[in-house]
Design a protein around this ligand. Structure first.
Ligand code: PRP
Length: 207
């Protein structure tokens, strides 16, 4: 069976719907579905529903042959996998954001809260700006509100979280979307099947 790692949640549901459109139906999921493995025996495919930030780990270590992951995870973790296809869904951007009345003090070290430590380090090092990173794992927006940091580097999708917390985008670092990735060995051994999936997906992707 081909193991496909998908991010649990809204993006995973969208990907399951894409796979069902190309004939890899898993029989549907229902509300409050707690199953972590969904099968499509007629296609010899098994879906593994994992935490979004763990998809690339399953694929890199071969527990999944292919997977769907946000470009943010690939940029920050740089996993040893093939990136095969931009699915054009799960679109958002990684931004620097801060309080609505934020004015940068260029004389002092900038304090940055983020879960994307590599992206933040690379970005500010390219600008020769000295920073101190405080790694958080969620609700990053709280950091500048409480004065823990000056700014955040985080995902912005609709912009609502920023707005409702009186923060604003200061700079956009990089646009993000969901990518199809493959384990390097699986890509060789299951090449025909994986290439077939890529071709069919390209036909149904939003343009
Ligand atoms: C992400 C991100 C922002 C929010 C942005 O959080 O970290 O908080 O979505 O979305 P918006 O621009 O549409 O408001 P997520 O829901 O992944 O939770 P987290 O706080 O655990 O990171």
């Amino acid at each position: 069976m081909l193991n496909i790692a998908l991010p649990k949640g809204r993006l995973g549901d969208q990907v399951l719907s894409l796979f069902s459109q190309i004939g890899y139906d898993c029989g549907g999921i229902y509300e409050n579905d707690r199953r972590l493995v969904l099968e499509s025996p007629e296609n010899n495919v098994r879906y593994l529903l994992v935490k979004p930030s763990d998809v690339a780990i399953y694929v890199e270590y071969g527990a999944a042959d292919i997977g769907v992951v946000g470009k943010d995870i690939l940029l920050d973790g740089n996993p040893d996998v093939y990136e095969l296809l931009d699915l054009g869904i799960g679109k958002c951007r990684i931004c620097v954001a801060g309080p609505e009345d934020y004015v940068e003090d260029r004389e002092s070290v900038l304090r940055v809260a983020t879960k994307f430590t590599t992206v933040a380090k690379d970005y500010y090092s390219s600008k020769n700006r000295e920073i101190e990173i405080i790694k958080l794992n969620g609700s990053i927006e709280l950091a500048p509100i409480l004065g823990l940091t000056d700014v955040i580097v985080d995902i912005v999708e609709s912009g609502r979280t920023l707005k409702e917390n009186h923060l604003k985008v200061l700079e956009t670092i990089v646009p993000i979307s969901a990518r199809l990735i493959a384990n390097r060995a699986s890509y060789l051994f299951h090449n025909e099947e994986i290439s077939g999936i890529c071709e069919k997906l390209q036909e149904v992707l939003p343009r």
